[in-house]
Design a protein around this ligand. Structure first.
Ligand SMILES: Nc1ncnc2c1ncn2[C@@H]1O[C@H](COP(=O)(O)OP(=O)(O)OP(=O)(O)O)[C@@H](O)[C@H]1O
Length: 310
């Protein structure tokens, strides 16, 4: 049973079409990264999943239950880190957590939870004085209350410095190992790479790609470039490289020594062997992969479409 099923979901706000016929599934036990530029519809999708917004058309089920009819039970089993921080300025972190623990009928120690998110030193300070990052850590601790089956994190790295973002990823990993499904949105591809099993890319309310990060990289033409520095090169050897099944392009840069620049999908050794078989000496080689930013751009901008996402 999938943890989340979104089926032909459309959501309009007046004239604005925020989501259009959106369908996807998040498998139980997976970490799913929900990516998209600002305004793509990520928060709207999350709001419908949690029944904070009603669909114009389509259906959503969460943990096997209908998102609209069973929202109370769904929210009880789900930990949410919503976008934008809504803390009570006059309450301390301990009081926030006591409230969250009580409302989930859970039985946890606020101190242990705050230790996990690195905020235990501020346990009895009022949230009104918190920095953005501290507020985000407290919200994350609240999301963890009650060992939820599903964690929904909307832009969880907002306000966190690189250390905080790394700690957040560690918590995502730990929660996933405990058995929780994690669904988190971001507009930064790099943040999802380290933890996500699968990524969906949303653009203008539609899912434009769904794959592992590795699969997405491979889907962008020019994904891997192999640069081979050789003692010399001739047309015969260059043609031999070009005719290899996994090679889509091969050109020569520089003369002394020349560098063969090869766009290759599969085996790089085949390229090296093709050159060596023709008596060419390989002095050095390196491979470069498309950056994740290239991948994201190729799916979310018109300029990027020219990168030829297949
Ligand atoms: N309550 C609302 N009323 C009117 N329009 C809305 C409302 N909520 C969202 N929208 C519109 O729906 C579209 C999708 O917005 P949404 O907030 O879901 O995007 P997002 O991907 O979460 O963006 P961001 O990364 O900026 O948070 C936008 O055009 C937005 O202006």
């Amino acid at each position: 049973m999938p943890a989340i099923t979104v089926d032909e979901l459309t959501k309009r706000f007046g004239q604005t079409l925020a989501l259009e016929d959106l369908s996807f599934e998040v498998e139980e036990g997976e970490v799913f990264g929900f990516l998209g530029p600002n305004g793509a519809g990520k928060s709207t999708t999350i709001n419908v999943i949690l029944d904070f917004a009603r669909p114009t058309a389509g259906e959503v089920s969460v943990l096997g239950m209908d998102a609209q009819h069973n929202s109370r039970e769904i929210r009880r089993r789900t930990g949410v880190l919503p976008e934008g921080v809504e803390l009570y300025d006059r309450l301390t972190a301990r009081q926030h957590l006591e409230f969250a623990i009580e409302s989930k009928d859970a039985d946890e120690d606020p101190e242990t939870l705050l230790e996990r998110v690195g905020l235990v030193d501020a346990i009895d300070r009022k949230a009104g004085g918190y920095s953005k990052g501290m507020a985000q850590r407290l919200m994350l601790a609240m999301a963890l209350v009650g060992e939820p089956d599903l964690l929904i994190l909307d832009e969880p790295s907002t306000g966190l410095d690189p250390n905080g973002a790394r700690e957040m990823r560690e918590i995502v990993r730990e929660e996933n190992e405990r058995g929780a499904t994690v669904f988190f949105s971001s507009h930064i591809m790099e943040q999802v790479e380290a933890v996500c099993d699968r990524v969906g890319i949303l653009r203008d309310g539609r899912m434009v790609a769904e794959d592992s990060v590795e699969g997405l990289r491979d889907s962008v033409e020019g994904g891997t470039t192999l640069r081979v520095t050789v003692d010399r090169i001739d047309d015969d050897a260059l043609q031999a490289v070009r005719s290899l099944p996994d090679v889509s392009d091969a050109t020569v840069e520089g003369r002394e020594p020349p560098t063969v620049v090869v766009t290759v999908d599969g085996s790089k050794t085949a390229v090296l062997s093709a050159l060596e078989d023709r008596g060419i000496e390989i002095r050095d080689f390196e491979t470069t992969e498309a950056s994740l930013e290239d991948v994201f751009q190729s799916y979310t901008t018109d300029a990027g479409t020219e990168v030829h996402a297949r």
